[in-house]
Design a protein around this ligand. Structure first.
Ligand code: NAD
Length: 379
């Protein structure tokens, strides 16, 4: 077993999901040659980072990510910090020869993303971006069906990512907890936070997007900023909808908002092909709905496939329990760790690489610029 010493930066929501992935991957994927070692976790508050290290069993802590990157006993840097720090950390880590697993979106904008790609490619270090929804077994199975041509020619791709947690005008922006509402830290609002997931999955399942026409809205124009205590203009997009053309001739429709009362994290996608359609919903993530035009007679209709049965080659499920028992959200991160370790073993890239994630960043940029200028934009 080859150790892979992990240095994690940021121990919030994603720090926990990734750490769980590192701890579980080898238990369920016994064929892996590499084993992640929780070598160090980095955060700015020594007491809090030590508490996290104790809870999750990291061997050591750092309070400055630059010190972490300098350490000889770290092989891979995992970036779980707000979006405005991804580029600086990733470029420094690449220059130090570290492998990098970076949270999404890759960067604040394509220019930063391009510099990150150049840095990892020049250094020749393994890299991946945590667009984890690719590794929901039902979504992976959708990819297999599309690649096998089961859907036939694809006409429509539709995706939504709906939430409702920012409706209150009293919610402040910025600071440690609400950096997502501050464009300086997040880059954008729902476009980079939520639609980036939908776009990554779409590019993977349905190929490149050529041009977009978008609208965005900021419903609450001012919020108290937690750093200054003052009311300041809100500069993120609270909602974004766009339509697009795909390279394969199909039409795309995407919508995301944090103002859809009742929805907490409703990511849905539907793809309509000439021969079949598929539909997926994050709230019921182990199911893939499928309609085939080849089905005959009175019983023709949408099937709801419970993706839990490895006897039918359903992806990843041979690693888990018995047919009929589903897995959940956290497993997507276990799968990404396992796929990253496997890619090292095989000397292949682990998708999405920084370069793959840059394409998503370019679509996000075209969407934001189209909304701003009220015009179609090429990607
Ligand atoms: N893949 C997904 O589904 C998914 C889900 C949520 C968030 N994300 C992404 O993960 C990243 C982190 O989001 P989160 O929800 O975990 O945020 P969070 O606010 O829960 O955690 C961020 C962490 O970064 C730390 N941090 C901030 N600046 C730092 C610095 N300079 N040095 C060291 N630590 C620093 C904070 O203290 C905190 O521990 C973001 O890029 C976000 O877009 C991805």
């Amino acid at each position: 077993m080859k150790p892979l010493n992990i240095g994690l930066i940021g121990y919030g929501f994603m720090g926990r999901t990734h750490t769980n992935g590192y701890k579980r991957a080898n238990d369920f994927f016994p064929e892996l040659e590499y084993r992640p070692v929780l070598k160090a976790v980095c955060g700015r508050n020594a007491q809090k980072v030590q508490e996290f290290a104790d809870q999750w069993q990291y061997e050591s802590i750092e309070t400055d990510w630059k010190a972490l990157i300098k350490r000889d006993d770290i092989d891979a840097i995992d970036i779980c910090t707000p979006n405005n720090s991804h580029a600086e950390i990733a470029i420094a880590a690449a220059e130090a020869g570290k492998m990098i697993l970076c949270e999404k979106p890759l960067a604040l904008n394509p220019e930063e993303g391009e510099r990150m790609c150049a840095a990892v490619e020049k250094a020749g270090v393994a890299n991946t971006v945590w667009y984890n929804y690719r590794r929901v077994p039902a979504v992976t199975m959708a990819k297999q069906l599309i690649d096998e041509g089961v859907l036939g020619k694809i006409y429509h791709y539709r995706a939504n990512f709906l939430q409702d947690w920012t409706i209150s005008e009293d919610l402040p922006q910025g600071g440690a907890a609400l950096w997502r509402l501050d464009a300086a830290a997040a880059g954008s609002g729902v476009t980079g936070d939520l639609l980036a997931h939908c776009i990554d999955t779409a590019l993977w399942l349905n190929g490149s997007i050529t041009d977009v026409s978008a609208m965005t809205e900021t419903f609450i124009k001012e919020r108290v900023h937690q750093d200054t205590g003052e009311k300041q203009a809100v500069t993120i997009d609270d909602a974004c909808s766009f339509m697009c053309h795909f390279d394969n001739g199909s039409l795309g429709l995407f919508e995301s908002t944090r103002y859809a009362r009742g929805h907490k994290a409703l990511y849905t996608l539907e793809i309509n092909g000439a021969d079949a359609s598929i539909r997926w919903d994050l709230h019921d993530l182990h199911r893939l709905e499928f309609f085939s035009n080849a089905d005959e007679g009175r019983l023709r209709g949408w099937r709801s496939i419970h993706v839990s049965d490895h006897s039918g080659d359903q992806p990843y499920m041979d690693k888990w329990w018995v047919p009929g028992l589903q897995i959940g959200y956290e497993h997507t991160f276990v799968h990404q760790v396992a796929d990253f370790l496997k890619s090292l073993q095989e000397g292949k890239p682990c998708n999405p690489t920084f370069r793959d994630a840059l394409e998503t960043q370019e679509v996000c940029e075209a969407v934001l610029s189209s909304a701003k200028e009220r015009a179609w934009k090429n990607v």
